[in-house]
Design a protein around this ligand. Sequence first.
Ligand code: ADP
Ligand code: MG
Ligand code: MG
Ligand code: MG
Ligand code: MG
Length: 434
Amino acid sequence: MTDLAAFAREKGVKYFMISYTDLFGGQRAKLVPAQAITDMTRDGAGFAGFATWLDMTPAHPDMLAMPVPETVVQLPWRPDIAWVASTCVMEGAEVAQAPRNVLKRLVDEAASEGLRVKTGVEAEFFLLTPGGTEISDPADTAEKPCYDQQALMRRFDVISEICDYMLELGWGAYQADHEDANGQFEMNWSFDDAMVTADRHSFFKFMVKSVAEKHGFRATFMPKPIKGLTGNGCHAHISVWDLEGRTNVFANGDPELGLSERGRHFLGGIMKHATAMAAFTNPTVNSYKRINAPRTISGATWAPNSVTWTGNNRTHMVRVPGPGRFELRLPDGAANPYLLQAVIIAAGLSGLRTQADPGPRHDIDMYAEGHTVKNAPKLPLNLLDAIRALDADSELKALMGEEFSASYMKMKQQEWNSFVSHFSRWERDHTLDI
Ligand code: ADP
Ligand code: MG
Ligand code: MG
Ligand code: MG
Ligand code: MG
């Protein structure tokens, strides 16, 4: 185990940022001088849970964030500070609804069945002006801007700085590109254990936003920040291994597209629970402007509308790009990094336990020929639809944890209520003269 005080001495760290992620994916932190880190590691950093999205009241006792030393990362852009993820505890017990605790429990559950889920995420983002309303590069106007070499090079300073940091951190960064929307980028690093990926995904969002700010821009992972343009996806690639991490259990055998029988069952669980999963993978009001969306200016949304799977074809919810893994294209940039991994494991374990069948695959262009597929459930049309789908899925709620699920749905219902109580310009435009 890493001794944080020794880490600080060795690396010249003066401050630790003890961080946790709330139900809405917000990262909360206390800044702790290195001189105090030993006590904090023992006693935890105190937070009033109600002040963040955790379904607590102002009367709740203090929540303590206990640093998890092996997650420590020295900020490459501010080496006098180190970030560390934490376990949320209250009165001696782990907080049931804290997202990292939910994931920890599911990782342990998979391990008790001899399985290790390994994932990679593709967290797309836009670089905007500081006000968040315009694309930062006024010359980035192509109709098909994907892989635009010139536009990528105009943001080289930001992208290469982030890539250098990922290399320095040993994440196995391997590519970066301009994505399908004007102002949109993607950077990829290697897959790893679900918890490692979740911690890196959290840190990646923090790092991208910080580096963008340093360069005078604003980075956003918002699912659909600009009307008519392709949104921010956060595809997850998934494989399952034995506990030693030596054998990919999705890859042994080759019944269909190089997915083993267990791979098919895991996928079957994802297909079965997909509409309910959307409450986690697509957790905001804005998420539903990315899925089920009309065609974008570039020609395709690259986001799914229904619960279907296929081979190497990007118009479906699940793509099997090659043997031994599959890609879930449903999640968007608003997905909570921990709950995203947790719900993948939960749905997958359900599929393995019930030997779920993913159903037939459809090797068609879903955007052009989707209407020909019978019996494929439509993805939720809005956040309320998703919350209701989750509420109807008792099995998934139980797997995610009853207490957690109740808290999550309560907070999300409040968010929906807040949205519908907002009096919009659209209503006036469409109703005033009725
Ligand atoms: P895409 O073709 O979907 O754009 P990317 O190269 O952008 O793919 O991202 C692929 C992600 O999948 C990376 O994070 C990569 O490490 C991860 N990945 C590759 N192989 C596996 C695997 N066997 N299991 C889990 N993730 C994987
Ligand atoms: Mg105070
Ligand atoms: Mg990609
Ligand atoms: Mg992409
Ligand atoms: Mg992808």
